[in-house]
Design a protein around this ligand. Structure first.
Ligand SMILES: [Zn+2]
Length: 389
């Protein structure tokens, strides 16, 4: 039996000071009056990152991925306040996808922290656009047609497959998407050259997510109609947005958040193993040889194509507060309750401050130049040391 602990902070939704008692879950929440509120940090659920390819030199898409790779990412992400994350495997031969899935499953069996931190696995590809541009840096050699039977084989390797990103541009896309939904897997639209009509058909067949909306699409589109407007307009679709300040210009990000609302837009890092690395030229299994600029822009050498991101989810959170102009409560929704609701496999109450919810908690500086900075992290009731995001 873990001894109950307490933590005090300002509830950003209600603006009142609360004292939270917790073990592995939140046991009690008590209002403690208004007086000290001004100086208190904001208390919030731990952050949830729906798209992580790697972090801190660990790469889920490398051939040598092991359960240890997964455990190290869980541990490093918790230190920056990301207490739930979705491992994301990109386009690759089927045996490589299966191998990565097996490593992640094994990690969740061996390591209790990874078991609680990882709700499911996201397979981004291989059923995506084969065209330069929308394909991004996914390897064209391994892009293939939508195939629900392959998804079924992945599920045999690991029941953790929760999301698959597809381009619904082919004639059989609606039928294949419906079959994947019947397997209990969420379908996300992404890396696509599909037409607005094909996007609508995919949604009608059960696609409910958009993967990094505004990226993984042609650089030039008709002003209207185009697939971005269709995905923004349809309220059945929740959209992941890379908020690192490089993938989406501030105006675009702001308008997308307004169109989707914070209930249907959630922030993702799309981080690669290079997140947290020194600027310069690097090799990555996600995008071959890439350049990391001093501003944190990660691009495929010799092109403008972005090769994933080097920023973290807390970086994106601060970006939407400082540059997009969201308040802390709005920004928090997009890294806590909204991803908890739309990502499959999340634990009950995750992303919310309520009794019975997992005791994944962060303290955040609420005001001043350091607003949005995470200063303390609790994961499953245990204080994580060295928190500084
Ligand atoms: Zn992508």
């Amino acid at each position: 039996m873990t001894q109950a602990k307490t933590i005090t902070g300002k509830d950003p939704q209600r603006g009142v000071a609360v004292e939270i008692t917790y073990g592995r879950t939140i046991l009690a929440i008590r209002d403690v009056g208004d007086d000290p509120v001004r100086n208190l940090p904001v208390i919030a659920p731990g952050f949830i990152d729906g798209q992580v390819n790697g972090y801190g030199g660990c790469d889920l898409n490398a051939e040598d991925v092991t359960p240890g790779t997964v455990g190290r990412i869980t541990s490093m992400l918790s230190r920056i306040g990301v207490t739930t994350w979705v491992p994301t495997i990109v386009t690759a031969p089927e045996d490589a996808i299966t191998h990565a899935l097996e490593q992640i499953s094994q990690a969740c069996k061996d390591d209790p922290s990874s078991r609680t931190a990882i709700p499911c696995v996201h397979i981004e590809g291989p059923f995506i656009s084969d065209q330069d541009g929308p394909r991004g840096v996914h390897n064209a050699d391994y892009v293939r047609g939508l195939d629900a039977e392959e998804v079924q084989r992945w599920l045999r390797a690991s029941g953790m497959v929760g999301i698959v990103t597809v381009s619904p541009h082919a004639l059989d896309a609606p039928e294949q998407i419906a079959k994947i939904r019947e397997l209990g897997v969420e379908v996300a639209i992404g890396h696509t050259h599909a037409s607005p009509a094909q996007i609508r058909a995919a949604i009608a067949s059960g696609a409910r997510l958009a993967t990094h909306l505004g990226n993984g699409i042609a650089t030039t589109l008709p002003r209207h109609p185009n697939p971005l407007w269709t995905q923004l307009a349809d309220d059945r679709l929740s959209a992941g947005l890379i908020a690192d300040g490089h993938h989406l210009p501030t105006d675009t990000l702001k308008v997308m958040i307004r169109a989707k609302t914070t209930e249907r837009a959630y922030l993702v890092s799309d981080s690669t193993a290079l997140a947290g690395s020194e600027p310069g030229r690097h090799r990555t299994s996600v995008g071959g040889v890439v350049d990391l600029s001093p501003e944190g822009r990660l691009s495929y050498v010799g092109t403008d194509l972005l090769a994933g991101a080097a920023a973290t989810l807390p970086d994106g959170f601060r970006n939407v507060i400082r540059n997009v102009g969201l308040n802390i409560a709005e920004a928090l929704t997009m890294v806590t309750s909204t991803p908890a609701r739309v990502i499959p496999g999340t634990r009950p109450g995750l992303g919310q401050l309520r009794v019975g919810a997992p005791a994944d908690l962060v303290l955040i500086t609420g005001e001043g130049p350091e607003a949005g900075t995470i200063t303390k992290v609790v994961q499953s009731g245990r204080e994580v040391s060295g928190a500084a995001a």
